[in-house]
Design a protein around this ligand. Structure first.
Ligand code: AMP
Ligand code: TRP
Length: 333
């Protein structure tokens, strides 16, 4: 059976190693699989659920696209576009917000985290965020959605919404119920400074993350300064539950080298941390520096980037409009 992949990334600037290993690297692998159609969306409508500076948003949309392309996504193989350029996303989101229940949305933990203490002051968009995400996915008859662990709850909601629509309008299978594809090797890449927190663009310390735009010296310096502990490198069997910083660095190494954690532990057991860090830096420079250089090159030609988005939006609009026309018939419009 052929697969249809959809995923979205917010254009919030400063994409980092967590985004790369948790999402983009996967996108590229899926793009190169047989019988698989991939749609990757820069979700700018999701971005405005919190305040944005217009100039900055525009810059971040292009930067996200440049990062996609520099990481190996190919606009001839995958559909790559910005969410706001396909009106059907917003239209479907409204219809689905009449299907989703308030009780379902009240359970979403991401809203609770993002809204903070004063929920009354959060935008309605931030609350309805997962409904728009469901619209993104359901518009394209998506079969699989590659996302990080943190998006699992939103995907379950998406499945519930699809099933409820199909039942309510007696149109079995009209909205395809998608399967999540959660990264298996690790749940998330953590901060280099404190492995209790995930690597994130909102961390005030730049030393906490490897940005995909970092150059060689910056990468080497960040790994040198990355937190470890005072014990020796672990052996093959050691459980690293209580050594989260070491586990995180080993996970990064394993993901980039394509080896298992066990194999990486074996490779470095009995060696100094400095030796491990040097190898890790080398590997990071080897993988990230070409991406960083390519991003800079791509950002010099804004017209080319805008054309890629335009081309992608034309293809996405074709799908989107077709689905909305069918849906309107079912609803009775
Ligand atoms: P965001 O930038 O939060 O919109 O995330 C974009 C994609 O990157 C999502 O699929 C996230 O799950 C993934 N992601 C973000 N941060 C991390 C991290 N620290 N580790 C692994 N995946 C991440
Ligand atoms: N909410 C996702 C995130 O923060 C981004 C997103 C929006 C998405 N729409 C999507 C992911 C559809 C997968 C499918 O990471």
């Amino acid at each position: 059976m052929s697969k249809k992949i959809f995923s979205g990334v917010q254009p919030s600037g400063n994409l980092h190693l967590g985004n790369y290993l948790g999402a983009i690297k996967n996108f590229v692998e899926l793009q190169n699989e047989k019988n698989t159609e991939c749609i990757y969306c820069i979700v700018d409508l999701h971005a405005i659920t919190v305040k944005q500076d217009p100039q900055e948003l525009k810059k971040n949309i292009r930067e996200t696209l440049a990062t996609f392309i520099a990481s190996g996504l190919n606009s001839k193989k995958s559909i790559i576009f910005s969410q706001s350029s396909v009106a059907a996303h917003s239209e479907l989101a409204w219809i689905l917000s009449c299907v989703a229940r308030i009780g379902w949305l009240n359970r979403m933990t991401q809203f609770k985290e993002k809204a903070g203490k004063d929920k009354e002051k959060a935008s309605i968009g931030l609350y309805a965020y997962p409904v728009l995400m469901a619209a993104d996915i359901l518009l394209y008859d998506t079969t699989h959605v590659p996302v990080g662990e943190d998006q699992k709850q939103h995907l379950e909601l998406c499945r519930d919404i699809a099933q409820r629509f199909n039942n309510e309008f007696r149109s079995p299978n009209f909205l395809k119920v998608p399967e999540p594809m959660i990264q298996k090797n690790f749940s998330r890449i953590m901060s280099l400074k404190d492995a209790k927190n995930k690597m994130s663009k909102s961390d005030p310390s730049d030393l906490s993350r490897i940005n995909l735009t970092d150059d060689k010296d910056t990468i080497i310096n960040k790994i040198k300064k990355a937190k470890t502990d005072t014990m020796p490198m672990p052996d093959e069997k050691e459980d690293l539950k209580n050594r989260p910083e070491v586990l995180n660095l080993l996970e990064i190494f394993s993901c980039l080298s394509g080896n298992s954690i066990e194999k990486s532990k074996k490779q470095f057991c009995g060696k100094n941390f400095s030796e491990f860090k040097e190898e890790l830096s080398n590997l990071l420079v080897e993988k990230i520096e070409p991406i960083s250089n390519e991003i800079k090159k791509l950002l010099d030609d804004k017209k080319n980037l805008d054309n890629i988005l335009l081309e992608g939006s034309q293809k996405a609009n074709e799908y989107g409009e077709k689905k909305i026309i069918e849906m309107k018939k079912i609803i009775g419009f």
